[in-house]
Design a protein around this ligand. Structure first.
Ligand code: BGP
Length: 484
């Protein structure tokens, strides 16, 4: 079985990691603008490094530099978007996943009227994509909410955020509806649990009268409700639109057939799926409800919340997939890193330079699992390999390791489609080098296009085609048939 003829091949980027221009054209500060450079991030301790305090935020606000806050400069897509989109078009992209920076539309999140300069910027980007027939896939919130809403309300803990987000979403639907059919609400909504500040603006030392843990689950609930209301508005405002939800697919294996290992893996997978259950199936799963109850966490809900979730399910399920993880009941087992998660080292899998375990078959397993469970179209909206690239003296990047990674994942993706999985697209992360979410490094490169910039922001910002650029071009032209 071949991939569908209208298969959405392309790439995915996020505003906070590419745009730069953090303080111009009336843009407000976002949570990403205070994310510091962490070159020595210990991949064995992601959790510790995700702690964000009010003091750290205040320090960042008083520091104008972009050197230690690299997401402020990104790769200056704000001024290079025409050049970058032309390169994506040269590769034959059918789709580009981008996100809208909420702070360009509502700088503080609470203004009465949207910022026309921000609206115009995205209209220009969409016009440019249209020129090349590239379908935009747009995420409304990708780790870039207004910092003001974190400061004032402790982010999504406050119900007020639901209304503010819906207002922002409505502006996007009205302004960009003529260009955009495919939407996503929250990037990796499950990540509120792993990095609550980045995803939901929640700061531990601001939790007064409630626990940090309660704050996290409350924030998640508000995001689910906001996503459901946004889905309804999207359908009303843009006929024929498709609203997806997005999950970090963290497929977990048992380390052995010891039932204790199997149970741990099951719990981890159920936990991961619970976020999609709420958004695609429209309700909190029973086991998840009991889990929260046993933890003593009572989520504050409005009377109509359950109905809102039930009536406004996601049209499709988008996922990011980078690695798999393994669980063991034996605490002495060696650990391995992953996408802001840890797990037991899997002896069958190699790892990237950042210690993420490479598992193409895991992608096939993930797609089978998700399609069997949800029966809605799936879209892979992130998959890729962060690596240290070397630019040769004649301006080439021979990134055969990246080609190998992507080839094997695409192969397994096709194998899942052969088995009957309904897959509508694949946008790899990321088609162009950008600033890493977890470490804010530039040197963790994902692109088919090399960007001449180092970790401290030195460089010409020139765009250079890597070997993988030519390879991906052939993959798209052959609709996935030519992978070698
Ligand atoms: C995903 C995020 C992306 C992206 C990617 C790679 O979870 O949605 O924004 O950055 O991870 O992570 P990193 O940048 O830390 O390598």
């Amino acid at each position: 079985m071949a991939l569908r003829n209208d298969f959405l091949w392309g790439g995915a980027i996020a505003a906070n990691q590419v745009e730069g221009a953090w303080n111009i054209d009336v843009k407000g500060m976002s949570v990403a603008d205070v994310a510091s450079y962490k070159p020595a991030l210990d991949v064995k301790d992601y959790a510790g490094h995700n702690t964000v305090t009010t003091k750290m935020i205040e320090e960042a606000k008083n520091d104008e530099s972009t050197e230690f806050y690299p997401k402020r400069r990104g790769i200056d897509f704000y001024h290079h978007y025409k050049e970058d989109i032309a390169l994506f078009a040269e590769m034959g992209f059918k789709a580009l996943r981008i996100s809208i920076a909420w702070t360009r539309i509502f700088p503080d999140g609470e203004e009465e009227q949207p910022n026309s300069l921000g609206v115009n910027f995205y209209k220009n980007v969409f016009e440019e994509l249209k020129k090349y027939d590239i379908e935009p896939i747009v995420t409304l919130s990708h780790y870039e909410m207004p910092l003001h809403l974190s400061d004032k309300y402790n982010g999504w803990v406050d119900r007020k955020l639901v209304d503010l987000f819906v207002k922002y979403a409505e502006v996007c639907f009205k302004e960009f509806g003529p260009y955009v059919k495919y939407w996503l609400t929250f990037n990796e909504v499950d990540s509120v649990r792993r990095h609550p500040f980045t995803t939901a603006g929640v700061v531990e030392d601001k939790c007064k009268g409630y626990s940090f843990e309660k704050a996290i689950y409350q924030a998640l609930h508000h995001q689910y409700v906001a996503a459901a209301i946004a889905t309804k508005k999207c359908h009303e405002i843009i006929p024929g639109s498709q609203m997806g939800c997005m999950l970090t697919k963290l497929t977990t294996y048992p380390n052995t057939c010891n039932p204790e290992d199997v149970l741990l893996a099951l719990e981890s997978n159920l936990d991961n799926h619970s976020h999609a259950d709420i958004q695609v199936l429209g309700e909190y799963p029973p086991l998840y409800k009991t889990y929260l109850k046993n933890k003593g966490i009572l989520i504050e809900k409005e009377e109509t919340d359950d109905l809102i979730l039930k009536e406004n399910k996601a049209d499709y399920l988008a996922l990011s997939y980078y690695m798999s993880r393994t669980e063991s009941a034996d605490p002495t087992k060696e650990q391995a890193a992953g996408n802001t998660v840890m797990g037991v080292k899997n002896p069958y899998l190699p790892s990237t330079d950042w210690g993420w375990q490479i598992d193409p078959v895991g992608l096939k397993i993930s797609l089978m699992e998700l399609y069997d469970r949800y029966r809605v179209p799936l879209m892979i909206v992130e998959n890729g390999m962060g690596a240290k690239d070397e630019l040769t003296s004649d301006n080439k990047v021979h990134d055969s390791y990246r080609i190998d990674y992507l080839r094997e994942h695409i192969r397994e993706m096709q194998a899942a489609v052969d088995l009957g999985v309904d897959l509508i697209g694949y946008t790899s992360w990321a088609p162009i080098d950008l600033i890493s979410v977890s470490t804010s490094q530039m040197s963790k490169r994902y692109g088919y296009i090399y960007v001449d910039q180092d970790d401290l922001g030195n460089g010409s910002l020139d765009r250079i085609r890597k070997d993988s650029f030519y390879w991906y071009k052939k993959v798209i032209a052959s609709n996935g048939a030519e992978l070698e």
